[in-house]
Design a protein around this ligand. Sequence first.
Ligand SMILES: [Zn+2]
Length: 310
Amino acid sequence: MYYGFDIGGTKIEFSVYNTELECVFNERIPAPTDDYEELLDALDTFIFQADKEFGCKGMVGIGYPGVMDPENNTTICPNLPSLHGQNLQTDLQKRISRDVKVQNDANCFALSECFKGAAEDAEIAIAVTLGTGLGGAICINKTILSGHNFGAGEFGHMAIPGTMLQRYPELPLTHCGCGGHSCLETYCSGTGLAALYKFYKTHIDGSCSEEQALKGPDIITAYEANDAVAVKTVTVFLDILAAALGSLIMILDPHVVVFGGGLASFEALYSQLPEKIKAYVFDNMKLPQLKQAKFGGEGGVRGAALLNYT
Ligand SMILES: [Zn+2]
């Protein structure tokens, strides 16, 4: 059996998959936010209960919202203080007497799509999660590309292309939580879309009250109703995303780009983005297929379980 954990900022999801990759158990509990021992207790309780239930010693994979510190293999995840700076892999291995695999959650999401998902047949797949932030991952032949510092695929923190500032000179230069400036996720994510809307509402209409500051789904609805500010916002959003994906395509030449996260159902990603991307790649290039994730919210926990599948 394959056990997967998706540890988020507020919850822990645990699933068990059989060898056919069918989910045979799933449960969510609130994540202990401050107490690391409590977090470990929660994980090993799930594991030992599942061992008993399924009469086996399941293989354990964990996805979490952060990256590994390349110096000492501790987890860097400021959004979950109970896990930040801890050596989860070593500590849990000691408790449960078996190997544990630990990975960034966007990488788990991407891996999940490579097995019976939207990237099933892709030799090179890029995954982009458009949620609160922008997560990224690269899989090559169904294997996660981790990189020299476990940092491969952190597309959200590359600066937006300079051509965007030429095309939209009014664009605000942003500060990102990572310490960088004008990172892609500060424009192209749920939070970024809302910030762009607020900026253009003020820029076009002269002001933007708290009530007028729309969030993701409402901005999409306003865009579909031809609201001028929403149309401008979404046009710029798609253009920045297209330019960034164009750069990634010139580097990796992927076969498939998979979108996940709350904005992945936005139809324009599939109908308009390909045409826009063409402006940023060689004329004769075949574009990758842009696809919506098949496993949606399950992708993180499923991908964590799959860390032991190959
Ligand atoms: Zn950043």
